[in-house]
Design a protein around this ligand. Structure first.
Ligand SMILES: Nc1ncnc2c1ncn2[C@@H]1O[C@H](C[S@+](CC[C@H]([NH3+])C(=O)[O-])CC(=O)[O-])[C@@H](O)[C@H]1O
Ligand SMILES: O=C(O)C(=O)Cc1ccccc1
Length: 242
């Protein structure tokens, strides 16, 4: 049985910053499905891109893996021999659960689960790198360094799939997309209180960029082919090919 997300359902007197603790890890599949429009489409597409971009004897990285949904989809769609998936997260609670989720499926593909900050890991011999709703939690001043490290760790022809919450450079459109996202959450059973408390809790920890900034930065670190392949309201996903 999957647990339902009630984290922000009751009024919280001293609302702290959102963090990926045990309570969040426990309800995470329900939370992400009801909060991120297009999430399941993006996970499926990560599998499809794995089939196309994985190279023999290379590594595939799932950076900010949470419970390993993208790792599992990559593993299921991997057809090339000699590959290993490296799934990284700095939340011990997430990684513990990722290990048991992944153990529930049979697979020949080796997976290494690593508890670390993405800013401290090495990326090497990579054919596929996934940042699925993770870069938005990294300190803005460190984003370009991380993307540069990913670029250098990729093999020629390798791909980065970067999914993020976006802000629009047009203030009117930005407000519209935020409102539509809140409608989406309401339609998925979240109350006004849950929506507003979570919004406040995320304010200091999730700092989204515009799609334009993402594209310019990806090009600046070296990626030759960059574009948005999916967007639903203020959530979307980009592809960057070395
Ligand atoms: N500095 C950091 N280093 C390592 N991990 C981090 C860091 N900062 C945050 N995280 C981790 O990034 C993940 C972000 S969730 C990713 C969903 C997943 N990709 C999915 O496809 O289901 C997205 C969301 O909750 O919106 C959390 O597990 C954090 O612990
Ligand atoms: O819920 C929200 O409002 C979001 O922006 C997405 C989200 C989903 C899961 C954890 C943190 C943020």
């Amino acid at each position: 049985m999957q647990s339902k997300d009630h984290i922000f359902a009751a009024p919280i007197a001293q609302l702290g910053d959102f963090c990926f603790d045990q309570n969040v890890a426990e309800v995470f599949p329900d939370m992400i499905k009801r909060s991120v429009p297009g999430y399941s489409n993006i996970i499926s597409a990560i599998g499809m891109m794995t089939t196309r971009f994985a190279q023999p004897d290379s590594r595939l990285y799932d950076l900010g893996c949470s419970l390993g949904a993208a790792t599992q989809e990559m593993r299921r769609n991997l057809t090339q021999p000699g590959c290993r998936i490296i799934a990284v997260d700095n939340s011990a609670a997430m990684l513990e659960r990722a290990a048991s989720h992944l153990a529930a499926f049979k697979s020949e593909v080796p997976v290494t689960l690593t508890e670390a900050d993405l800013c401290d890991i090495e990326i090497d011999n990579a054919s596929v790198v996934v940042l699925n709703f993770t870069l938005q939690f990294i300190d803005p001043g460190q984003r370009e360094t991380l993307l540069g490290k990913i670029y250098r760790g990729l093999k020629p022809g390798g791909v980065l799939i970067l999914s993020e919450k976006f802000v629009s450079h047009d203030e009117t459109v930005n407000e519209l997309l935020i409102d539509l996202h809140h409608d989406f959450k309401r339609a998925n059973g979240y109350s006004e209180l849950e929506i507003s408390q979570k919004r406040t809790a995320l304010e200091n920890v999730m700092r989204p960029d515009t799609p334009e900034l993402h594209k310019t930065r990806l090009k600046r670190v070296g990626f030759q082919h960059v574009d948005l392949w999916f967007q639903c309201f203020n959530f979307g996903s980009m592809v960057a090919i070395k």
